[in-house]
Design a protein around this ligand. Structure first.
Ligand code: SF4
Ligand code: SF4
Length: 287
């Protein structure tokens, strides 16, 4: 089962929920930090990294002995990543999506493809957890290919019985959609404030309404703010699966990079119950 953990808004405690859920699970769960622009789950899980691989996208490379500067490649590029200027062909790797359209459409066969490294994927173990994260190089804009490769490289193809936790980046943009793709369930972490509610609505829209995935909510810092999130979840029939109270001890553990389950072991059972609720909802949604 693949569980994507997301939050429309940054700073809601998404990583706290993700790493502690992985830690609470029995067996050999897989945990992937898909927030490749700012991965920080390793600070809490402290994995031993055993494998590191550069990853990237295939970008065009022009053979100027064959190129006639016809401009066809620039015409077909939807991302303005290639331009023909006089007798030169300029390529902008940071804009390229690696779609291959320019290569296919070059009438002279003058374009080949080369790997443009955009980041790395690291894999290892943190106690019983198989760990993986992606790191996007500074200055690169294309997070989804790294997320895609991280998932391909780390999620066991034969592991139907392994639970996979995907920690998405904040927001609802392409990297989050890429993380949610093929998930069985999306757990949305929010806080009971007007900002939290605003971004929760957007996240539900993407996960449930656009991707058709079952969703559930964790309310973090329960007790602050107002009743807006509660009312919204009730009206939209979105289950609230866990409430984590506003507690100074939780903030202190987070600031020191200590897992909540280590600081407050009484949360172990709550996270196991959270997983059981998710299992039930996934089973119900598949009926
Ligand atoms: S389509 Fe091919 S031949 Fe035409 S400008 Fe581009 S690389 Fe050169
Ligand atoms: S691979 Fe696609 S995105 Fe990249 S330059 Fe060619 S057409 Fe543009």
């Amino acid at each position: 089962m693949i569980i994507a953990i997301a939050s429309g808004k940054g700073g809601t405690g998404k990583t706290t929920v993700s790493v502690n859920l992985a830690r609470a699970l029995p067996g050999q769960p897989v945990f992937l930090d898909c927030d490749v622009e700012e991965p920080n789950a390793a600070l809490f899980l402290r994995p031993s990294i055993t494998h590191r691989q550069q990853v990237g996208i295939q970008i065009p490379q022009v053979d100027f002995d064959r190129c006639t500067y016809c401009g066809r490649c620039a015409e077909v590029c939807a991302y303005h990543a290639i331009a023909v200027v006089g007798e030169n062909v300029l390529i902008f790797p940071q804009l390229c999506h690696g779609c291959g359209s320019c290569t296919l459409n070059c009438p002279e066969g003058a374009i080949s493809e080369v790997l443009h490294v955009t980041g790395v994927v690291e894999q290892g173990h943190a106690e019983h957890i198989t760990f993986g994260h992606g790191i996007l190089n500074v200055g690169e804009a294309m997070a989804p290919p790294i997320i895609r490769q991280l998932k391909q490289m780390t999620i066991p193809q034969d592991g139907a019985d392994r639970v996979v936790i995907l920690d998405a980046s904040p927001g609802t943009a392409c990297p989050v959609v890429e993380t949610m793709r093929n998930a069985d369930f999306v757990l949305l972490v929010t806080e009971p404030t007007p900002f939290g509610l605003h971004d929760l609505r957007l996240a539900v829209q993407v996960a449930r309404d656009e991707l058709g995935l079952p969703v559930g909510v964790v309310i973090n810092r329960d007790g602050i703010g107002d009743e807006g999130v509660e009312a919204y979840c009730a009206s939209e029939d979105v289950p609230i699966l866990l409430r984590i109270p506003f507690d100074r001890r939780i903030a202190e553990a987070y600031s020191e990079g200590i897992l909540l389950l280590d600081a407050l072991p009484e949360y172990q059972d709550l996270f196991v119950q959270l997983f059981q609720r998710i299992e039930q909802d996934v089973a119900r949604s598949g009926q």
